[in-house]
Design a protein around this ligand. Structure first.
Ligand SMILES: [Zn+2]
Length: 340
């Protein structure tokens, strides 16, 4: 089969890879309908994370089940399924508490390389959620968004306790930040401030429910959020970047007693103890338990109540993955979908 392999920073190729097959009786093999490039794929692409030799890429996937192992009971060949970036049994205590990315049996899907034609999914019963039927083609981008960026934005909004009566600020205007705006709207937030200086992204944020746009960042961004909130800061702030600047912007934009939901993959972030101590903010985040939200998110998409697939502003065939990475790296695209 064909699949995306990163050889070095900036060097992404589509190559022949070995076809996946059932290894464990709890596995499934799916034929992908679509996959995509994630903001987190840009960390190794930019050399911020090291690439240790040729590495299969991708952790977002939707597709049709081709084959299941002998112990798989709830997923069947022919079903259209959505899964998350960590395979999880969905039965251990950690999963039942809603933290599937820390499942005691978790398997990172990134290592299996989801930017490919076919994929082995471990722990299929726990990991995969079937849609009610075969989706119309126009629903596939939204279902693919549910696989990571929508679920991640959703977790950010939940962790920040976005809801009725709350003012929410979102740091980061990538796909996750934009979908955190959508999530905050769905969760009933009163006011949603998107922090973005890019006009097309501001427009999409407004479509998803942002009521205010702040173009300043860093200390100026914090000052602007305070101005908009009677000098207090937002109740809920979602951090969707993962840098020192964005994390401090999030913490400092939050009022005492407020909540920060941090879902940008953290890179070289260090929190100063005294500032943290006196900030009086709640911090919650990490890899999003997308699996927890999948049934609800699939239902919202299926009923066409939300359209998170709008974050894909570039669609290319899998063979043009290198251009998809370039477009995202250069911020010409918010998020690139790869047709399989
Ligand atoms: Zn588990």
């Amino acid at each position: 089969m064909r699949g995306v392999v990163m050889h070095a920073p900036g060097d992404v190729r589509v190559e022949q890879r070995e076809d996946p097959r059932i290894i464990h009786p709890t596995d499934a093999v799916i034929r992908l309908s679509a996959t995509c490039v994630c903001g987190s794929d840009l960390w190794p692409y930019r050399g911020v994370e090291t690439v240790g030799g040729p590495t299969p890429m991708g952790h977002e996937y939707v597709g049709v089940v081709e084959e299941v192992g002998s112990e798989v009971t709830s997923i069947q060949p022919g079903q259209f399924v959505v899964g998350s970036f960590f395979a999880s049994d969905n039965t251990c205590e950690i999963c039942r508490a809603g933290y599937q990315p820390s499942c005691v049996h978790r398997v990172g899907m990134g290592a299996l390389g989801c930017q490919a034609e076919r994929l082995r999914v471990p722990l299929a019963d726990g990991t995969l959620v079937a849609t009610p039927g075969t989706p119309d083609d126009d629903l596939i981008p939204s279902l693919l968004a549910a696989s990571d960026v929508l679920g991640t934005g959703w977790f950010g909004a939940v962790a920040a306790q976005a809801g009725p009566g709350r003012t929410v600020a979102v740091v980061g205007d990538g796909a996750v930040g934009l979908l955190a705006v959508l999530a905050a709207r769905q969760l009933g937030a009163e006011r949603i401030i998107a922090m973005s200086r890019h006009e097309p992204r501001q427009k999409l944020a407004a479509e998803f429910g942002a009521t205010d746009i702040v173009t300043e960042r860093g200390d100026e961004g914090v000052a602007r959020i305070k101005e908009l909130t009677d000098g207090l800061g937002a109740h809920s702030v979602i951090e969707a970047v993962g840098t020192q600047e964005s994390m401090m912007q999030a913490i400092r934009s939050t009022r005492p007693g407020g909540h920060v939901g941090f879902v940008g993959v953290s890179h070289d972030v260090a929190l100063e103890g005294q500032e943290l101590f006196f900030s009086h903010v709640h911090l919650h985040g990490g890899p999003a338990p997308v699996r927890q939200y999948l049934p609800e998110l699939i239902d919202l998409i299926w009923q066409r109540k939300i359209d998170p697939g709008k974050v894909f502003d570039l669609t290319l065939p899998l063979d043009q993955a290198a251009e998809a990475y370039r477009a995202m790296d250069e911020r010409r695209a918010i998020k690139a979908l790869l047709r399989v």
